[in-house]
Design a protein around this ligand. Structure first.
Ligand code: KG4
Ligand code: ZN
Length: 335
């Protein structure tokens, strides 16, 4: 089976060809970061227009790199939810047009399920049941996964997603966009115990997250209580110490929530995915905090942030069980 997969949920225009295995034959990502950078975040209308300009070329590149023609394909897959509605519409409309023109089945993929599927691109088969943890720019969610299509949501963020918190912390300190990789790099030179920051754990058994409090705490450490200073306060900690302390706090929270969910559900395999799993300090930090009783499975680094290979890998499984859409497939902003 060879599937052309398309990803346009947010600010990456991506296409990939994936074959059974799963093996990635090509994987093209056009990142719009430079277009959104001046605004410090993704501007939905710019994202939609950029997808429109880039997607056809990105698809052509993916086919060329895989040395295939449309006649070699078995299906077209597209991430159709959740995401920015205008951005999704570009991918979904293109995928429908291609599936119709090439007379191929169309597969609608859930972007967050695909983030978890990315862990399987490391080549290891992971046995059910497991705890699935998505930590990305738009989502922080934990699921119990019992089998193919058998997923139960356990908890998620009540406000900011974890990646969003990284982005906002970087913005507060004027470090640049997107914040995740910059905060990680800056933190490497800092002391994670230097700055006291809150760990928001909510109720005793809660599996929900809240990252808005720590974001405000970082703002006050940087610009003084109630942000009285226009920029950095005279007694503010160094960016290195603040970034390292921020990471330590959010990794503590994440580890505790994983521990709680694992205990409640009696699960010890944890599959993680989403842009924040690109963070090497997080990978090591979770392993250190959770210890040897937990098997943590991360995607290969290049498949952590948005890409179409993970959409194709997910689509392969859906195709195998006949989970195929028709031309009525809708783009959907919500999960
Ligand atoms: O999964 P993704 O590409 O898009 C969404 O589905 O949201 O995730 C993007 C998010 C951004 O918030 C970005 O700052 C964060 O992932 N991110 C990181 C790192 N690399 C990307 N966060 C922490 N450390 C990183 N190294
Ligand atoms: Zn994503």
């Amino acid at each position: 089976m060879k599937i052309l997969a398309i990803e346009t949920t947010c600010d990456e225009t991506a296409a990939a060809v994936v074959t059974s295995g799963p093996e990635v034959l090509s994987d093209i990502v056009y990142s719009q970061i430079k277009e959104h950078e001046p605004y410090g975040g993704v501007v939905p209308e710019i994202a939609s227009r950029s997808h429109l300009e880039q997607l056809t070329c990105v698809i052509e590149d993916a086919l060329k790199k895989a040395e295939l023609t449309p006649a070699d394909l078995d299906a077209v897959a597209v991430a159709h939810r959740p995401g920015l509605i205008g951005a999704l519409l570009v991918g979904v409309t293109t995928a429908k047009a291609l599936a119709w023109a090439w007379n191929l089945p169309l597969i609608g993929v859930h972007h967050l399920e695909a983030h978890l599927e990315a862990a399987f691109l490391a080549g290891e088969e992971i046995e059910h049941p497991y705890l699935g943890v998505v930590i990305s720019g738009g989502h922080t969610d934990m699921h119990r996964v019992d089998g193919e299509g058998e997923t139960r949501w356990l908890g998620g963020t009540r406000d900011d997603a974890l990646g969003e918190a990284f982005d906002k912390v970087a913005a507060v300190m004027g470090l640049g966009y997107p914040g995740g990789p910059i905060v990680e790099k800056t933190a490497l030179e800092g002391d994670p115990t230097a700055v006291k920051l809150p760990r928001t754990l909510l109720g005793e058994d809660s599996l929900d997250f809240s990252f808005s409090g720590i974001k405000t705490a970082v703002l006050y450490k940087w610009r003084g209580m109630n942000a009285v200073h226009k920029d950095k306060a005279p007694d503010a900690p160094s960016p290195e110490d603040l970034c390292a302390s921020f990471q330590a706090a959010v990794f503590d929270v994440l580890a505790e929530k994983i521990r709680r969910a694992s205990r409640q559900e009696d699960l010890h395999t944890v599959v993680l995915g989403g842009g924040v799993t690109a963070n090497k300090t997080l990978r090591q930090g979770l392993a250190d905090r959770l210890g040897p009783d937990y098997k943590l499975v991360f995607p290969p680094p290049r498949f952590t942030t948005d890409n179409a290979a993970m959409i194709g890998a997910r689509a392969l499984r859906q195709l195998a069980r006949g989970d195929v859409a028709d031309l009525e497939l809708m783009a959907q902003a919500q999960p």
